[in-house]
Design a protein. Sequence first.
Length: 220
Amino acid sequence: MEFNVEREKKMAAVSAVDYLDDGMTVGLGTGSTVAYLIPAIAYRELDITCVATSPATENLATSHGLRVVAFDKLDHLDVAIDGADQVDPHGWLIKGGGGAHTRERIVASAARRFIVIVSANKLVGRLRPPVPLELMSFGLPSTLRWLLGDVRIRSDALRTPDGGVLADWYGPVDDPIGLGRHFSSTPGVVSHGLFQPALTERVLIGRGTQVDVMKVSPPE
């Protein structure tokens, strides 16, 4: 099956704007699909207050005239919208290819509704590696030893927005619940890119010439 990936990304992103209204607080994710979302929001001239998960997103949002505040000004969000690297049939996500997954998890968790926007090629029958990780630089060799798997530091040496070391897990992802617990219990792991279905309300999927809606968790 052929995918017109850029068109599908844009379709999913534009459709997400229908879930926004004036007065909302909105979390903006990071990545190429969110890059289509921001101008679509600006086009609607909505009166919203945004939180950005990365400097790149903040710069793009402010350049389009959106109001962006630091996430120490709010204690919750109405909606968060972000892309994903993989979406499985149960609503598990792998995120973090762009390295902002720690902030993305905080923003998604703080939102009453988390909406994911993807092109159809992001749908997978089962999750597969790599799984992005953010690690502390302090004690890094010890953290890598305790992870007990094929973990590779990203060769570009880029850091996360908060100065963490970016790495990727290349081991099996057959048990995402257990693997997530393993990551979370390992000292030195700041965050990981496995997002459980309970975080996500719905996934908007650009597919061909339409947008499909995959409902994952009921809204609060």
